[in-house]
Design a protein around this ligand. Structure first.
Ligand code: FES
Ligand code: FES
Length: 211
């Protein structure tokens, strides 16, 4: 049985062994690992009620709700920022709850009611939150704005229905719309332009807490 001393390699031996390992694939005729064959995508019929209109799609089951809206229904008001659930640009309202549409598959929302920024208001009849954003200058480049507005609309409903947040001081009383509540509840919506103070002003106005 070799002793530990007999396993000792000097630096030259080690380099030679490493070079031999690196050359192995070339000696093998340059063979590379072949990707395993990819089958046809699995498709499924999905029906969504988008902004009050029933839309039927036949989608690859891996399609996110965000891609279904943007790429298949051409509702490009909902923005793709990070595509990783970190920026909130893709926020839409599904059955009354705000969600990051990049993080969920469209097939999971069969027959759901989806509201996007296009369904909140029109140019002639802005939703109060849209009008307040204009009045308070709640955006600069506007990329985060559809997500901010959808999120803000659902957020005020959450407060109204009594759902507490991490900063709600008194859990025995209905939550109030305050700067702190808005900032906490909107923390998932990032604004790279930093329009936060004006966004808060807009939301306070819609809530009736500030003119
Ligand atoms: Fe969905 Fe950023 S694009 S959270
Ligand atoms: Fe530009 Fe928010 S207005 S990212």
């Amino acid at each position: 049985m070799p002793t530990p001393g007999e396993f000792r390699m000097n630096r030259r031996d080690l380099m030679a062994a490493a070079s031999a390992c690196a050359a192995l694939p070339m000696m093998n005729g340059g063979a590379r690992a072949q990707p395993s064959p990819v089958g046809e995508p699995v498709k499924a019929g999905v029906s969504l009620n988008v902004n009050g209109e029933k839309r039927s799609l036949n989608l690859d089951t891996r399609t996110t709700l965000l891609d279904a809206l943007r790429e298949h229904l051409h509702l490009t008001g909902t923005k793709k920022g990070c595509d990783h659930g970190q920026c909130g640009a893709c926020t839409v309202i599904v059955d009354g709850h705000r969600i990051n549409s990049c993080l969920t598959l469209a097939v999971m929302h069969h027959d759901a009611n989806v509201t996007t920024i296009e369904g909140l208001g029109t140019l002639d009849h802005l939703h109060p939150m849209q009008a307040a954003f204009v009045k308070h200058d709640g955006f600069q480049c506007g990329y985060c704005t559809p997500g901010q507005i959808c999120s803000g609309v659902a957020m005020l409903e959450e407060i109204k229905s009594g759902i507490p947040s991490h900063v709600t001081a008194d859990l025995n009383s209905p939550a109030q719309v305050t700067d702190a509540e808005i900032r906490e509840r909107m923390s998932g919506n990032i604004c790279r332009c930093g329009a936060y103070s004006n966004i808060v002003e807009a939301m306070l106005e819609v809530s009736g807490r500030r003119a």
